[in-house]
Ligand binder design. Sequence first.
Ligand code: FUB
Ligand code: ZN
Length: 587
Amino acid sequence: MSLREGFWLDRQLANRNVSIPDGLRQLHDAGNLRNFEIAAGRAEGEAVGPIFADSDVYKWLEAAAWEYAREADEQLLADQLKITELVAAAQEPDGYLNTVVRLREGKRYAHPERDHEHYCAGHLIQAAVAQKRATGRDDLLNVAVRVADHLVREFGPGSATGSAGDVDGHPVIETALVELYRETGERAYLDLAEWFVDARGHATLERFGGNSTYLSDRVPVREATTVEGHAVRAVYLATGAADVAIETSDSELLATLGRQYDHMAATKQYVTGGLGSRWEGEAFGDPYELPSDRAYAETCAAIGALQWAWRMLLATGEAVYADQIERLLFNGFLAGVSLRGGDYFYVNPLQVRHDAHADDERNPKNGRLRWFGCACCPPNIMRTLASLGGYLATTNGDGVQVHQYVPGVLRANTDAGEVELRVDTAYPWDGGIRITVAEAPAEAITLSLRVPDWADGATLDGVDVTPGRYATITRTFAANDTLELTLPLTPRITHPHPRADALRGSVAIERGPLVYAFEGADQPEGVVLDDERIEAGSVAEASAPDLVPGIVGVSVRTAQGRELTGIPYFAWANRGGDDMRVWLPES
Ligand code: FUB
Ligand code: ZN
């Protein structure tokens, strides 16, 4: 779907105009690109950065490719081809490619628990598929195919050493290989992806001193009932497993993943969609261990969950996954980048205390940063925003399913013929959504519109529709027919699960898809948010500082007789580091 205007297009433009060009400078300055120059024999020196430094370059390349597909631009193409040429020059004759392991460690696959070799290969493959689809060029794809062929020779069913011990410390190769299989039709890539999924969960990495829980290597994917350990690893693994399940028609694996997703969403997810409640190990906690102040909720974990939910949505058509995507996109994901683009959060807590001490660069009390020593999140945000148009609607031959409401145009090829829809809306500020059928086949098609789970009182053309499902209309359409979906957006109070001790007695405020936050900058002089108790019944819409066009704030009265102003969580910390909280104690 191509976006025409509005909320998400503004985010995409900030991504294009600020984040992506700045990201390229950061990759130069941080030394990631120089690592490739050294590996290619074009410079001298030692590799710098984390062991997975190459992956940040690949994520940037993927972002540049999707952004080029969104709106072609010669400079964007020239930049990605220049880096592609450098990456290709650093590849070894047998296809292996990892600059940091090669330059710093010397020995391949010696430390799978920490060396991220498959992880970097996975991000390279994803970037290559993106470049092929966006530009039609094979430059990076040729590199990726040589990497993948090398992996097929070294690991998995057909390899000399093939054993269930082929486990990398950080998943992502699984989903990448499936995508490469989709692109090339080469079955060996899918087989290897399946092999990698099943190789996990046998504590293999303990042989290298790795922690099985942290590394998603304690329980086989097919037996797991939840997610655990390092959050990004866990959700990337599930994403790859979902891809394998889809391509191999493995309904049992898919059902298992569905149960894992449900358990995660019910017990280990913040109201913002954020995942990971422990700084230690950047990890999921136990069920209902959801402290607001120590929340980790890494931006990459929200992105990984988005990818997992998208695959579950494609496979099942269940609205709950589109609801999840919406929650993640508007809240836990979007809070990771500033409104102007180019400033980031790695960690996304739901409370920053008044007198918090920022003991780590990732601590949001520092405000947003332009880059990080461990810079996984910024280019991950870039590639997600650039490819957002791909997450909004689908077709299944019978018709079109609209999952997210963004002003734009979408064309789909149904069995009955071509369909073009135009979506007009000021969502998320206004709940009116008009779908205009610009072109339709002569025969009947089905249009399915998601009614979000929170949308009590929603109507389609004036008739009540059920939240948490798709409203479907099957009929013939004529050009310029319209459908009017109305989603009520009154602010609502959300209570925590009774087992979430850290939240007991508090409430959060949501309006439509947005979770609200109270930031110090918006409160009356002298207010310390940590001390306020609110009268939840007093919540109302209110004006908010003009941070984005159309913004709607909320106000609430406190037991101390004050009026607090809330802004959407994604918009916080655009005026420096501050105190903030999402859950407020009820008086
Ligand atoms: O290990 C690579 C990336 O760095 C992870 O996905 C992030 O959580 C960060 O630790
Ligand atoms: Zn990250």
